[in-house]
Design a protein. Sequence first.
Length: 690
Amino acid sequence: MLFASSIALLLASTAVHTASAACPHMLSRRDARVLPQGHPAVDGSIFARDNAQGVQGSVDLNSLEKDLTKLFTTSQPFWPHDFDSYGPFFIRLAWHCNGSYRVSDGRGGCDGGRIRFAPELTWADNANLDKALKLLEPVKAKYGAALSWGDLISFTGTTAIKSMGGPVLGFCGGRKDDQNGDASLPLGPSAQQQAIHECPINGECTAPLGPTTIGLIYVNPAGHMGVPNPVGSVPDIRSTFKNMGMDDRETVALIGGGHAFGKTHGACKLGPGKCGSGPDKGIGRNAFTSGFEGQWTGTPTRWTNDYYVNLLKYNWTLFEGPGGNPQWKPAATDKLDADDAHVRMLTADVALLHDPVYLKLVKEYAADVKSLENDFARSWYKLVSRDVGPATRCQGSRVPPPQPFQNPLPAPPAKLANFDAVRADLAKILTGKAAIPGDGALGQYYGALFVELAWRSAATFRITDHFGGANGARIRLSPEKDYADNVGMDKVLEVLSAVKSKYPDGLSWADLIVLAGEVALEHAGSKPLHFIGGRVDAVDGENPAPRTYYSNATVAARDTMQVMGFTPAHYVALAARLRSPSQQARLGLGAKTYTSHVDAFSNDYFKILLQNHWVPTDVVSKTGAKQYKSDGYGEPRFVTDADLALIWDPEFRSFVEKFAQDGQLLQTVFVEGWSALMKADLVGHNDLAM
Ligand code: HEM
C-alpha cells in the first residue's frame, strides 16, 4: 500500500486489492535512504539500503566481484560454459534484463529483477537465461537480502565485461526486487499491453512498445520479419534502440561491444535439448538457444574491436547455419585470419554495413579502439542504469560522476530562503494585496493557477524510472514549456516572478512553484501540506515527454496512474485540485466547469461529474481531449473525456462517489497524494518509491 496512514486503512479493502492488481510496486512503502541531493550515496566499498521488501544491510562489492570472477570460470555440468567462461552468457543476461527498458513510459529494465518471472522469462529471446539465473543462485544465497536480483544481474554483467578486459565506467546500485513479474505485463504479450498499444503484426510493433517484436529484447536477428536482408534490418535496429533511449553511436557501440564476446547457439536443426547425444546432449557444444551458430570474433572471451574489424574485412555471404537459420559467413575467397575459422554474423550485424551513419561508426571503431572503449563504457553504463533514475538514487562505492542521461541537477544552495516570508508574499497575491505583472489578464484569483502550475510541474514524475517531477522546474524550459497541456503556464510564472526576484539566493523556481501551489491550496481551505524545500533549477535536460498514444481516456487515466505510482484513491482525489474554468479558458485550455467556487477546496468536482448527464460535443481541445456538455440539469457545464474517465472506470467511480459524499475523506486522501507527488523526486523523501 502506498501510504501508511489511517485513511489508507479506511480505504484498504478496495485500495489494497486494486493496487496489487494494477501495479505490484504499490504493495508496500519502500523508502529510499535519506541522502543529500547531488552526492553519490554511500562511501567506502559498501552500499546499503533499507526498505520494506526485505533488501537490508550492505554488500561489499569487492568481495562480490571476487566471488563472481570465480563463478565465471567454474563450469557446472548442468550447463557447461563455452570457451572456459560464463562471462558472455552473463553479459547477455544483464543486457536482456535491462534492454526491456523503454523511454515511452519508463517501464522495463532490470530494476525489480522481473526477468526471473513470467512474462519476461518466457520470452523467446530469453531462452536458457533460466540457467544463467541458476548459476547465480549460490551468490544470491551468500549475500541474501542485502543484494537484490536486479543489482546482482547488472553487476554480474558489468563484472563479466571487466573480467574479460572490457571497459567499465562504474556501477550504480540500488535496484529493488519485485515479488512477481506483473509490472512487465504492459510490455506484452498481455491484455494490458493490447489496451495501451496494440501490435497488430508482431514484428512490426511501434513505439511506445520497445521492440519491433514482442518477446524480443531487440530486433529479429534474422532480419525484418525474418527476411535476411540487412538493408531491411536497419530501421528495426534504429527504432528499437531509439525506444530504449539510445542514439546511433550508442547503438553501434553496444551491439559490437557486446558481440566482442561469446557466441550464438544453434547446434542443429532439432531444437532445444535435442542436438548431439550422450552426456552432453543439448548442452555445451550441443546447446540450442537462438538457433544460430557461431562467434563474432576469434577471441570471444577477450575484449577487442575485432567485431568491427571483421565486419569490414570479410565479404559476408548468406548461408543456412546448422540450426537451419539464415546466417552470414566470410566468402569462400576471403583469406581468413588464423583464429577466424568460425566467425559468423547475423543479419542484424551485417545491417551495420548498410546504413551510412552506422557504417561510419563501424569504421571509426575498427580504426580506433579507444573511441570504442569510451563509447561502449558509457553506453553500457547507461543501458544498465537508466531505470534506476537520477544519479542521486545510485548507491554503492563504484558510482561514477552523474552522466547526461541521468539529467543531473546543480547542487542545492547552502542556505534556503525563509519560506515563511515567501508564503506571506504569496498570500498577498492571493488576497489581491500585491501588484501583479499584467494584472487583470488572467482574472482576479490566482490560487487555481498556482495549483495548476505545481500540478503540471510535478505530474511529469514516473515511478517506473524515477524521472520527471517538480525538482529542476523544467516546466520553464523547452520542450516541456511548449507541451500542449502547459499552455499559459508561462503567464503564471510571470505572476510569480515578482516573488522569485525578491529572493535572489536560496529560492529556486522549483521550490517556489510547489510552495505557491501549496499556499494556494491551504488558502482555499485544504488541510496543511507540510512543504519541504530544497529543490533546485535545472539549466538543461528533459523530463519525460507526454504520453499521447492512448486509444481512449479511460486507458490513459489508468495507465497514467500506474506510471506515476498512485493508488486509484489518490489518483482520483488529486483530480479535485483547484481549477478555475474562466482562467483556464483565458489561457486557451478549453472551457471546463468544475465548480462554481474556484477559491474553495471542495468536492464539487465529483458532485458535478456524478450529478449530470453528459453528452459529447464536436469540440476537441488543443490537447486532444473531447469535450462533453451537461444535459438536463441547471446551467450547462463542460468537461472532457479525461474528467469523465473518472466515472467511466468503475473502480475510479467508486472513489468519486466516496469523495462526493465525504469532503473530509477527500481532504485527507488529497493531502496524502499531493504531498507524496510534490516530493516524489526528492531523494530521501519518496513515499512513492518502488
Ligand atoms: C548473443 C542477437 C545486441 C551481447 C546473441 C545471440 C543473438 C544475438 C541471436 C545468440 C543467443 C544464443 O543463441 O545463445 C543480437 C541482436 C542484437 C544484439 C540482433 C541487436 C541488434 C546485443 C547487445 C549486447 C549483446 C547490445 C550487449 C551489449 C550479446 C552477448 C552474446 C549475445 C554477450 C553471447 C552470449 C553467449 O555467449 O552465451 N545476440 N544481439 N547483444 N549477445 Fe546479442
